[in-house]
Structures are given as structure tokens and as C-alpha cells.
Design a protein around this ligand. Structure first.
Ligand code: SAM
Length: 302
């Protein structure tokens, strides 16, 4: 019978039937498990794309410019790739993670160094958390992409409790967050982000830096929350932005009319209503909000 042989040296024959054969992919995965890059089987529905690039992890931590006394809240600690780098610093470190397997693993890995909140991030009362930890917190995270907008609005709503947030988001989303007016990417997220924060895209991150590899590239974005916001009716500002951008092809006049503001109201304001929402910066929306809220208030008084 023919026996398969692998010749490794001249005259040295090994019976390959005794060798455990693995494919190159399996070899890479086993190496990652051995070096603790993958411990948990990633769950797609939880957006689990684990960061496995030490250089990127260092760059994120460096960008935080951590000071002793900082209270850092990590969203989605996963199996602790970023947590490991943060836990070396003299900070109070709090992780929010929804996956029970990850919570168990993080407890084993970091013990007392990490305070863990096993909860859906959106159910965490950030204001209360900050208050219990001396005032304000700093946020960091390679966040689950399916929750990006929700997490941003969760942060905007709790902004007085937050100094800054450094988040990994999809590259395309990062472009939208920092886009200026009259730009294809400019939209609702750009306006709210630029209203509440000073926002900067720090660096792009290749999809190859994650396991499993996502279908898109990413970027790290840093949001510094403004201490003082312009005096405005925030609820009205938000609804004007949402309604007019909901129909971004329409002029501002038509967008506002569909909110119930008729011509007799709009004509009392000196404003170019022929513009489309994407032509207005935050300042333009603020001006409009302030004028409309004056009219609404005078109506409710009379
Ligand atoms: N920080 C880890 C890393 O960089 O490798 C994991 C990042 S992974 C992209 C996102 C993490 O968020 C996962 O660990 C996932 O379980 C967690 N996650 C997903 N949905 C969540 C939610 N609603 N609340 C809290 N954590 C969530």
C-alpha cells in the first residue's frame, strides 16, 4: 500500500499519517487563541469585532492623554483588549458590557482593577454613574456599530456628566460626524455632533486590525463636550433639524411648513427659506430656532 510521506531532510522520512494537519487559517486562529487575542467566539449580533492590533490600541490610549484621577468608562469591554492598556494607568476604570461570557472573562482577567456593569449600555444612567464617581467621566470604546447613533444620543443626553468620548466608529460614519455643510455626508448626526461637541477624526483604522474582519474600515473619533451651549430651545432645535433633514430635498420653507409653521409665521422672520437643510450650518439652525421660539412664546402669552 502507498504511504504518504513528508520529506524534511534528505534521507529523513516522516510518516505523515501521524502528523496533525491544519490549514493556514486554522493555524492563525490557534495562534490567536494561544496569545489570548481571541478567547470568546465572536457573536455577530453583538457587533463583536475584536481589536487585535497593538499599535492601534496604543494610539487610542495615547490620544486620551490620561491624567491621574480620571474616571474612564469603557463601552463594550469585550475580552479586554483595550481594558488591558487602560488598567495599567492610575485611573478609576469602569467597563460596561452586555455579554455575560465577556463579563466572566473580564472579572477573571482584571479583578479589582475594573468595575464592571453587566448591562445594556443604553440602560446605564450615565449622569448617576458620574455623580457616584466624583462628577464627570471620560468615555472610550470600540463600540458595537449597530448602536452607533443610539450611543451618541445617549452621550448627548448625558453631556453634563461627560468630559469627552473617544470612540471607534465605521469610517463612513466618522466622515458624516465631521462633515461641514454643503457636503454629501452632512446630515442630522453632523449637526447634533457639532452642536454638542468639538469633534475630530483622529485616525483611520484598517478592517484588518479586527477579528473577525468587518466589511468596512473604521476610524477613531474624539468628541470634546462643550461646557457651555448656546442659549436655545433644545427640543425645538432638535425637532427642526430632524424634520427638515427628514425631507432634505425640500426647501426650508416646505420642511418647516410640514411641521405646522405656515407662511404667516415664517414671513415674520428674516431668513432665506429657499435654502435646503444641507446648506445650513449649526449657526443657521440656531438662528431659526431662536426666532421661531420667540414667535411661539409670544403666541402662547397672548
Ligand atoms: N472592546 C473590545 C475590543 O476592542 O476588542 C470589544 C469591542 S466589540 C466591537 C463591541 C463590544 O460591545 C462587544 O464586546 C459586545 O459584546 C459589546 N456590546 C454589544 N452590544 C452592547 C450593548 N448593548 N451594551 C453593552 N455592550 C455591548
Amino acid at each position: 500500500m502507498h504511504m504518504p510521506f513528508l520529506q524534511i531532510e534528505k534521507n529523513s522520512l516522516i510518516d505523515t499519517s501521524t502528523i496533525f494537519w491544519i490549514s493556514p487559517t486554522t493555524f492563525i486562529i490557534l495562534t490567536m487563541i494561544y496569545s489570548e487575542i481571541i478567547v470568546l467566539k465572536p457573536i455577530k449580533s453583538l457587533g463583536q469585532n475584536f481589536l487585535r492590533d497593538e499599535n492601534i490600541l496604543h494610539k487610542i490610549v495615547e490620544s486620551l492623554d490620561i491624567q491621574s484621577g480620571d474616571v474612564i468608562v469603557e463601552i463594550g469591554s469585550g475580552q479586554g483588549a483595550l481594558t488591558k492598556h487602560l488598567s495599567d494607568k492610575l485611573v478609576k476604570l469602569i467597563g460596561i458590557e452586555v455579554d455575560e461570557r465577556a463579563v466572566r472573562l473580564l472579572r477573571e482577567r482584571f479583578g479589582e482593577k475594573l468595575e464592571l456593569i453587566h448591562q445594556d449600555v443604553l440602560d446605564v444612567n450615565l449622569g448617576e454613574l458620574a455623580q457616584n464617581n466624583g462628577g464627570k467621566v471620560r468615555i472610550v470604546g470600540n463600540i458595537p456599530y449597530y448602536l452607533t447613533s443610539e450611543i451618541l444620543f445617549w452621550l448627548f443626553d448625558a453631556r453634563i456628566a461627560v468630559v469627552d468620548a473617544t470612540l471607534m466608529v465605521q469610517f463612513e460614519v466618522a466622515r458624516r460626524l465631521v462633515a461641514p455643510p454643503k457636503n454629501k455626508e452632512y446630515g442630522i448626526l453632523s449637526i447634533f455632533t457639532q452642536f454638542y461637541t468639538e469633534c475630530e477624526m483622529l485616525f483611520k483604522v484598517s478592517r484588518n486590525c479586527f477579528f473577525p474582519k468587518p466589511e468596512v474600515d473604521s476610524a477613531v473619533v474624539q468628541f470634546k463636550f462643550k461646557e457651555q451651549l448656546p442659549d436655545c430651545d433644545e427640543k425645538l432645535f432638535r425637532s427642526i433639524v430632524r424634520s427638515t433633514f427628514g425631507q432634505r430635498r425640500k426647501t426650508m420653507r416646505n420642511g418647516l411648513k410640514s411641521m405646522g409653521f405656515d407662511d404667516s409665521v415664517l414671513d415674520r422672520i428674516s431668513f432665506d427659506f429657499k435654502k435646503r437643510p444641507e446648506e445650513l450650518g449649526v449657526e443657521g439652525f440656531l438662528l431659526l430656532t431662536s426666532n421661531l421660539s420667540k414667535i411661539l412664546n409670544s403666541k402662547s402669552i397672548s
